[in-house]
Design a binder for this molecule. Structure first.
Ligand code: UDP
Ligand code: MG
Length: 319
């Protein structure tokens, strides 16, 4: 039988944790009873440096519920790193990651397990519709997925971080050492047999989104610059194009000079290209800088997180 671990990153989630645990308790007990998961299933809450009572609540729950385990990061490292810490720590045949806020329908877990039994190593949870997201979020998210696809980043449309991974897939993921982590882009690159499960996305159960626009933008940029060199190519193409055009203009100027009397050294022909090329150069430098920054961060190869404390089974700290 399959041993199951769930990984749930939590950042200031005191309001939702009790409900999350009680829902998972009944769901997992039911799955266990019906023989879908083996004894000893666990839920790893990864406290991503929360400033509220999240870690205290996790500790209490670890004492009262056998299946609750906790991992406390030394500080806030962001959703992707918290997720990774959980995935790398959990010991089980399959690991399912999901957000703490119960927006993703937990009923999909059973379908994921079935797909795993059917031979899938990775099962992506995909949102059917985005009815509950704001128009702004829906629009930007969908446009973003299209943009990524256009830039050649392999990504599963409308899939966030709700997914099942087999032990094999997790061990493969462990070998990726990059500091700029965008799991949604890396995991499709692992290969293996993959499956998809569709679910409806609900409203956040309680509390506010822990992903403000700035964090969302950072993640979006990460997704592009970690996986695609297309922006660099666009610059090269633009450079070539503009050089060709200016060559043409040069020929035209010579033609005007030789065959007409209208060759007045114009203001426009001097000033406009200055601004135009200046702009293009700044833009290009910016994009190159973006990649250079990436290399800088990767070259340092800094650790991505530190675990400060672990609760495993019955709330006793693991040795
Ligand atoms: N999260 C985290 N660290 C952060 C921000 C968010 O671990 O710095 C967690 C958060 O607790 C939640 C998940 O990431 O479990 C997704 O966040 P949220 O639901 O706020 O994002 P949204 O659904 O609004 O995109
Ligand atoms: Mg959410």
């Amino acid at each position: 039988m399959t041993t199951l671990a769930m990984v749930i990153p939590c950042y200031n989630e005191e309001e939702v944790l009790p409900e999350t645990t009680s829902r998972l308790a009944s769901l997992l007990a039911d799955l266990h009873q019906r023989g879908k998961v083996a004894d000893g299933y666990r839920v790893y809450y990864v406290d991503d440096g929360s400033k509220d009572a999240t870690w205290r609540i996790i500790g209490e729950q670890a004492r009262t519920h056998d299946f609750v385990c906790g991992i406390k990061l030394s500080r806030n490292r962001g959703h992707q790193n918290a997720l990774l810490a959980g995935l790398m720590t959990a010991q089980a045949d399959v690991v399912i990651s999901v957000d703490a806020d119960l927006q993703d329908d937990l009923a999909a877990i059973e379908q994921m397990l079935d797909a795993y039994q059917g031979g899938c190593d990775i099962v992506f949870g995909v949102r059917k519709a985005r009815k509950t997201d704001s128009v702004f979020k829906r629009f930007t998210a969908e446009a973003y997925y299209r943009l990524l696809a256009l830039m050649g980043v392999e990504i599963v449309f409308n899939h966030a971080d709700y997914r099942l991974m087999s032990r094999r897939a997790i061990e493969a993921l462990r070998q990726y050492g990059e500091a700029n982590l965008f799991l949604r882009g890396i995991i499709p690159q692992l290969g293996f047999t993959t499956g998809t499960v569709y679910y409806d996305r609900a409203e956040r159960f309680a509390g506010e989104s822990k992903y403000p626009l700035s964090k969302m933008l950072a993640l979006a940029l990460q997704g592009i610059t970690s996986f695609s060199v297309v922006p660099l190519r666009i610059i090269t193409t633009m450079g070539l194009l503009i050089s060709a055009i200016s060559f043409g203009i040069g020929l035209w100027a010579v033609w005007v000079r030789i065959y007409t009397d209208e060759a007045i050294p114009g203001w426009a022909s001097t000033v406009l290209p200055m601004y135009f090329l200046g702009g293009i150069q700044l833009l290009s430098l910016g994009v190159i800088g973006e990649y250079l920054g990436k290399i800088y961060m990767e070259a340092k190869a800094r650790p991505r997180y530190f675990i400060a404390e672990v609760f495993d089974r019955s709330g006793k700290p693991k040795d």
